[in-house]
Ligand binder design. Sequence first.
Ligand SMILES: [Zn+2]
Length: 265
Amino acid sequence: MSRAGNLVGAGVVALALTVSAYAQTPARPVTPSPSIARPLAALAASPLVPEAKPGAKPVTKPVNCRRVKCVALTFDDGPVPQTKAVLDALKKKGARATFFVLGSLAKQHPAVLRRMIADGDAIGNHSWDHAMFSRLSTPAIKRELKRTQAVIWSATRTKSHLVRVPYGENNLRLRKAAAASVQSAAVLWSVDTLDWKYRNSATVTRNVMRAVRPGSIVLMHDIHPTTRAAVPGIISRLQAKGYVLVTVDELFNGHLKAGKVYFRR
Ligand SMILES: [Zn+2]
């Protein structure tokens, strides 16, 4: 082997040692910056970067949804104590999801929110009490969102930057209110399981599997026992088809913009 070859070889060994030493360094909890208010103009221009998650363990290596088949399962209207069954199923199968929580319930179940963050799941803001935003004034909408944001922050010390307006309402006034009050992107869905209507686990599963495509955002509700019972099977079937189950942030590789609306990747 030439001298240059030896040097390259030594470099590779040194790099491998560095990487391996780095991989073995235990992750330290990161304290998020208390300054969470950023000018809206700056936010609108720049992609939203997920906040540091204190106490969260690195779940898996980052997923690149440009290259692999990703799907984002989303669960609305909780949390309830039984949401833990959904979290257990996700964790057991190495899957992640996004939970759009109501502030009024999140306040009652802060430990469930902390578990979501610790597991690598994401939390979105689904208003305080599921009000119909189109009937509210803009200041009232902002109050709904900010109040919920404060509960998410106080439970988890993470700042959510995802909003799902109740009933999937989507118009410019609502998106602007979400961007201005909580600097959030508006997340809707491309696959509606209609699990609130069909309280049957087999139907819910079928509705996911028939409509899912790479990049789908799937709407479900963790408040229904029939949906919770369907979740382990849905995860297994999706994984068997090669899907990686990610959060909404991961689905877009972290490039979500405040005030924009997202239906699918
Ligand atoms: Zn809802």
